[in-house]
Design a protein around this ligand. Structure first.
Ligand code: NCD
Length: 311
């Protein structure tokens, strides 16, 4: 694997190999000394042109726990704010001998473009409303662990995954749908018609605007954030109406199967797409997703960089 740009590029065996190695990496998190020599001498630059808490921090921790040198570059404070193009910035940093770039950018396609300019490996940490492959991988990791602890087996076949909310502005949804194509889960997308991406009818997923119709059968309910910062105009009448139709309210929580997992990539708008009762429920996997984020990113970085250049 040279880059990780889209979950659509992963074969089933590559995806499973990433999830399996992440299980081992997760063990490191429980140790008091969290350090593996795996990426000693490798240099990883985290380039975040958009805000992030979880993704940026977990990539940095993942690199550090594997002994890589990790450096953070943000648009503010770099020459990007002086008008340097993305291409020139990438070529400049690539010339320093960097091994891997982890890039988040507000434009869909920008990360794939950057990958074409540099010698180093590139990981897409979220490009516009397009893709967020490591998020989908950590989601799958979290689902698999949940299924195991609930006695539902190891596989995704036959599992019903509902992804609910602002799908139009979400890069998480596309990466999850593409990943489940190889993992085998059955995805249903739930959103008001105004928040469905164009072309969604060609995705490998059923689509509905009736959240209540999927509640009692779902094995996973993944709630997505209402991305107000990406909305130019009103996509729904009022927040209260949105919550009534598409929020995981206390009433809807009560209708879920007892074995169902509640997920959210964060950041959560409590009281809008998810109630506090659901976010903090025993079946909420939200913090497990965060914890899995470090292990899965360690695994991804190892798959890209590990064992290379040991001549
Ligand atoms: C998501 C993102 O940035 O795409 N968050 C994340 O990475 N944990 C989803 C979001 O911003 O709502």
């Amino acid at each position: 694997m040279r880059h990780l740009l889209s979950t659509g590029d992963l074969s089933r065996s590559e995806a499973l190999a990433i999830l399996d190695l992440a299980e081992e990496m997760h063990e490191v998190q429980r140790r008091s000394i969290k350090k593996l020599p795996a990426l000693r001498g490798r240099t990883i630059i985290n380039m975040f042109f958009e805000d992030s808490t979880r993704t940026r921090t977990s990539f940095e921790i993942a690199g550090k726990w594997m002994s890589a040198d990790t450096i953070n570059v943000s648009a503010k404070g770099s020459s990007v704010s002086k008008g340097e193009s993305l291409r020139d910035t990438m070529l400049t940093l690539d010339s320093m001998g960097v091994d891997c770039f982890v890039i988040r950018h507000h434009s869909s396609g920008a990360v794939a473009q950057a990958a074409g300019w540099v010698q180093a490996h590139v990981v897409n940490a979220g490009d516009g409303a397009h893709e967020h492959p490591t998020q989908a991988l950590l989601d799958a990791y979290t689902m698999r662990r949940h299924f195991r602890t609930r006695g539902l087996g190891d596989g995704f076949e036959g599992k019903r995954i509902a992804i609910v909310g602002d799908l139009l502005h979400s890069r998480v949804v596309r990466s999850n749908v593409l990943l489940q194509r190889v993992l085998g889960g059955t995805v249903t997308l739930v959103a008001p018609p105004t928040l469905l991406p164009t072309g969604v009818e060609n995705w490998d997923a059923a689509v509905t605007s009736d959240f209540d119709s999927v509640l009692d059968r779902a094995d996973v309910v993944m709630m997505l954030r209402v991305q107000r910062e990406r909305m130019a105009s009103g996509f729904f009448p009022t927040e209260r109406e949105y919550t009534a139709g598409f929020g995981l309210t206390r009433e809807r929580l009560a209708r879920l199967k007892p074995t169902a997992a509640i997920m959210h990539p964060g950041p959560m708008n409590r009281g809008v797409e998810i109630s506090s009762e659901a976010a903090d429920a025993a079946s909420s996997r939200v913090l497990d997703q965060v914890s899995a984020g470090v292990a899965v990113r360690m695994s991804v970085l190892y798959h890209l960089l590990g064992g290379e250049g040991e001549e």
